[in-house]
Design a protein around this ligand. Structure first.
Ligand SMILES: NC(=O)c1ccc[n+]([C@@H]2O[C@H](COP(=O)([O-])OP(=O)(O)OC[C@H]3O[C@@H](n4cnc5c(N)ncnc54)[C@H](O)[C@@H]3O)[C@@H](O)[C@H]2O)c1
Length: 339
């Protein structure tokens, strides 16, 4: 049984690691004890900001602090080694997406954690956005009828990651996870991708078939801008109605087929919590720490990160072969409700 106040360490003191630190430090049930970053200035700055102790060496931190829980938000391609070290030290953890950049690395992490029966969560935080929770509920309660198609579009600027498939693996993993979360398993994928801006395959279009018979599309890009309107759009269309999620946290719309009336959720005037993208991390943490305290599986197990990676590699294979790739049936690893 977890202690009443958890001592938490955050690994990675950059932009999003700062959000992890903020979210943990605002919790009554947590003492943020340490911030670890290989860049000493980053570690010190965040540690000062959130009144924790800075470390540049994970091993030193583990020996000195013995945290009850850790979260990892380091540079995208650097996650494997600190995650493995935490797992081998037996520290329950939440890691950022993507879980890894190779299925072998993902399997090592999952196997090592499973051998220790370790709590191992991944931050697919989009599931905890209010519009997504409303969409999931509308689908589950049958208000859409049978799902026929779903579409996900998400585009912004380049990341610093030096990998030809950075956009697909580190950003569109949210879309692959979300489409299966809402519509069930994907059974095949076809793909087109472009590298016309010279920084890898930075814009991709996927054509998806779900095991249910429904179809889907995913457009993802690093050749766009987060300043555009409707940077993110998710639509799920069924025989009886459809839902739209705009910019993840901005708006949810449900409309019954044939009706001119729409049901819309938008954050109210004083509701700064649900309108803020960063706050979906806090909602996810509520669920993560509640599950951890109850000795349950994480609400989004790290294996969901492996599944998104497997789908990404199936898309890469489809693009490179010019043929549709079949995806072996596999139950979606975490279909628990975000509610
Ligand atoms: N779930 C989300 O909505 C969301 C949003 C933004 C970022 N992220 C994820 O968060 C992670 C961090 O992104 P960011 O924008 O903060 O990046 P960033 O570049 O701002 O910060 C990364 C930090 O990690 C540090 N670092 C690198 N290797 C390390 C190691 N081995 N040990 C300790 N520190 C190390 C770097 O020095 C840097 O300070 C990425 O995995 C990213 O995909 C998730």
């Amino acid at each position: 049984m977890a202690k009443s106040t958890l001592r938490v360490a955050v690994i990675g003191a950059g932009r999003w690691g700062g959000e992890h630190a903020r979210a943990f430090s605002e919790r009554q049930d947590v003492e943020l004890c340490a911030l670890v970053d290989i860049d000493p200035r980053a570690a010190e700055r965040r540690a000062r900001e959130f009144r924790a102790r800075p470390y540049v060496d994970l091993h030193d931190m583990l020996r000195a602090e013995k945290p009850d829980f850790a979260s990892v938000a380091v540079s995208n391609m650097a996650q494997f080694s600190p995650t493995l070290e935490l797992i081998r030290a037996g520290v329950p953890l939440l890691v950022e997406k993507p879980l890894a950049f190779s299925l072998d690395d993902a399997d090592v992490l999952l196997d090592e954690a499973a051998r220790r029966a370790l709590f191992f969560a991944i931050d697919f935080n989009h599931r905890y956005a209010r519009p997504v929770m409303l969409a999931r509920e509308a689908i589950r309660s049958g208000r859409l009828g049978d799902l026929v198609f779903a579409t996900w579009r998400f585009g912004g600027e380049h990341s610093a990651t030096e990998h030809p498939h950075a956009n697909l693996i580190e950003t569109q993993c949210h879309g692959l996870d979300m489409l299966e979360y809402l519509c069930g398993p994907i059974e095949s994928v076809a793909a087109e991708m472009t590298e016309m801006t010279g920084r890898g395959l930075t814009t991709i279009v996927l054509s998806l078939k779900f095991a249910s018979g429904a179809v889907g599309s995913l457009v993802g890009s690093y050749d766009s801008s987060y300043q555009y309107s409707n940077v993110h759009l998710l639509e799920v269309n069924g025989t009886d109605g459809h839902v739209l999620v705009e910019d993840t946290v901005r708006r949810f719309t449900y409309q019954r087929k044939g009706s001119e009336h729409r049901e819309v959720w938008e954050a109210g005037y004083f509701n700064d919590v649900d309108r803020a993208f960063r706050r979906i991390l806090d909602s996810h943490l509520d669920a993560v720490l509640a599950a951890f305290r109850r000795d349950e599986e994480p609400p989004v197990h790290a294996s969901a990160g492996r599944r998104a990676l497997a789908l990404a590699f199936a898309a890469i294979q489809a693009y490179e072969s010019g043929r549709r790739t079949m995806i072996p049936p596999e139950p979606h690893p975490s279909t628990k409700s975000a509610a």
